[in-house]
Design a protein around this ligand. Structure first.
Ligand code: PGA
Length: 341
């Protein structure tokens, strides 16, 4: 136990805390409180659960008060735990600002870029990162891919430098967001689906088809449900899947139709086993948004990436237009062939 006597302050600092606590313990404590679980904290920090428990015990011993309350089903900080949690957040915020300043002093050739993107942005974000990294090979890049729900959690925890979102962020998230490239939503079906040869299919007709949907928490799913609900319709959901690739395979397997970003078809193009249906009101025109937290000073490398990514807009727009035109051409040919048969 740390000694607590009149000499506990040295150089204006509480000596018992400086000598007996570590940033690592604070990091573990912060993760436990934020995630409400020892197991999830251990997973996030790549530690074993006994290590997490031991470090928490050491921190509790130094504070001489319980920090967590495990009564009931929820793990919550005690009053002392709350006070420590707030202090830890302030310390981490200062460290993060320090990191930004140091990276700035080192210039653009060193440092770290933390980017978190919404699931569907994985079809183009790594490519932009690759081009950027060729310009700045000394930069460490971390890319997190998660659905809208998880990205919002990361924004609230201030985990990353920049985010790519599929819709403008809510005001409460305190972000500056730049719209930067098209994200059209299209209706996909397997190329031998009977609707592939029809034109101007109504939404009412589409609502009758077995539908494969993304999981709760997906931004794409929210946009689709909004569309159906505005028309007073409900899609005929046969299956929910948490991955765009799994959805594409299910569509090819004839399990139903799906609505996805056209970006998900970029690698196979219009010659693959998936077709884009001609449905009224589609494609739904959406945009990607590059965003950063207003309270966080952007590091020079994050600023450089923001500008670099925004400058890729014409390339991405053209790619989407070309791809859409290829599907439209394929559709025209299929319709002409079915008439002549
Ligand atoms: P999602 O979001 O990958 O979570 O579906 C993408 C989007 O909002 O377009």
């Amino acid at each position: 136990m740390a000694e607590q006597n009149s000499s506990r302050f040295k150089g204006g600092l509480p000596d018992y805390l400086v000598r007996h606590t570590t940033f690592r313990q604070m990091q573990i404590f912060e993760a436990i409180v934020r995630l409400g679980s020892f197991t999830r904290a251990a997973e996030e920090l790549f530690l074993t659960q006994p290590t997490v428990s031991t470090q928490l015990k050491k921190l509790t011993d130094v504070m001489e008060l319980p920090l967590l309350d495990q009564s009931g089903r929820q793990l919550k900080p005690t009053e002392a735990g709350e006070a420590l949690y707030r202090a830890v957040l302030q310390i981490f915020d200062s460290l993060s600002n320090l990191d930004t300043r140091i990276a700035g002093l080192k210039g653009l050739h060193r440092g770290r870029l933390r980017l978190a993107v919404i699931t569907t942005a994985k079809y183009f974000a790594p490519e932009i990162l690759g081009d950027f990294w060729r310009l700045y090979p000394g930069v460490d890049i971390s890319l997190k891919v998660a659905n809208r729900y998880r990205i919002i959690e990361r924004i609230q925890n201030n985990d990353d430098d920049l985010y790519i979102l599929g819709q403008p962020p809510e005001k409460s998230l305190n972000l500056t967001a730049y719209p930067f490239a098209p994200n059209p939503l299209v209706v996909m079906a397997s190329s031998d689906h009977p609707l592939a040869k029809e034109s101007n299919i109504s939404i009412e007709r589409l609502a009758q088809e077995p539908f494969i949907s993304r999981e709760v928490g997906s931004g794409t799913r929210d946009a689709i449900m909004k569309l159906f609900h505005e028309k007073g319709l409900e899609p005929n959901v046969r299956m929910e899947l948490g991955s765009n690739e799994a959805i594409k395979h299910a569509v090819v397997g004839g399990l139903g139709v799906a609505i996805s970003s056209l970006h998900t078809l970029v690698l196979e193009g219009a010659n693959g086993p998936l077709d884009v249906l001609d449905v009224e009101g589609f494609p739904i025109e959406r945009k990607w948004y590059l965003a950063h937290n207003n309270d966080k000073e952007l590091s020079p490398i994050a600023q450089a990436f923001l500008e670099f990514a925004r400058a890729t807009e014409p390339v991405i727009s053209e790619r989407m237009l070309n791809l859409y035109n290829q599907f439209a051409l394929r559709h025209e040919r299929a319709c002409a062939k079915s008439k002549s048969d």
